[in-house]
Design a protein around this ligand. Sequence first.
Ligand SMILES: [Zn+2]
Length: 356
Amino acid sequence: MDRRKFLGGSMSTGIGLGGTAALGPLDAAQGGPKRSPDLPPRFTPSAYANAGSLHNPFATPDYYTYTDDVVIERQRPGKPHAGKVLAAVQAHSDDIPLYAGGLVAKLIDEGYTGYLIRISNDEAAGRTLGQGVVQNEIDNQEVAKALGCKSAVSFYYRNHRMDDCAEIEIRARLIFLYRVLQVNTIIMMDPYDHYEENPDHLVAARAAEAAGWMAGGGKDYPEHYKAGLKPARIREKYYHARSPEGHNLVNRIVDIGPYIDQKVRGNIANKGKGPAGTAGARLRQELLKQGKQLPLLGASDETANFHYVKHFLMDGWKSLGAQFGLEYAEAFRYIGPPQNYRQNIQAYVKQNAVPL
Ligand SMILES: [Zn+2]
């Protein structure tokens, strides 16, 4: 995303100055999507419009399609995922904190060891190309810390040029990491995200998805095994869409209410780009120069950053949550562990085999 354009527009038009008053569409969202009177009765809608955000172009996408077996994943007590490893794979340093930061924080709190993998160098999001590389490198580390990840890795492919890269190389590097880290679960952008503008997103997602399958195979990159690595059995995958264009199939709504403050901090950590970072402090300073203050932002730059992000930029996930009776939610296409087909056949044989 283009932070300069977003903030340039937001500051000059005074976005956010409407404060808490501007809640109309969000109120409408409390009752869920409304059927358009323009839709003839013979048509059954197959996609559902999100109320979206009034303040953040990078919140929930315009539409979701829901499966009939959608599941709400809530906070799980104890550490049910102890011993498991997740990889959150993102093209850019703001993708995971914006669209899946609550999920990552939740799963790590429930016992996962987490790693944040960034595919690009984010050079297109800075004051200059060079400054963008340096700032986003720092940000990626800070995002990982804020979400509770053990460490962060970057591949440094050139920003917005990933369709010029060999996808097979990105995939091979991910297979290596999945095996080294013994990843069980991947969180990533949906490789089938509709209407995607950013070439990096689809290339990174396709590579991450295929790597998740191939990392478990015994024949791909056999030198890994000669060097002592073990296959990585990826058992679970969470795919997120992204706004404004994204639209994907949702079968898992994750209750991120208990983790919303951590998601906020993950987004504040993105100072080089994204709508969050230090936008709250900058707005506060701008108002101070005009002899004004916004009570919402509190009395320091730190509180301004936090409340700006929580109040303005999280509203899309708030309205999504409200439709499911939750405070905040994120939406995913979840792919769980496959059946143990061989075991199922063996069980059938044991029960049904009879003497000749
Ligand atoms: Zn991105």
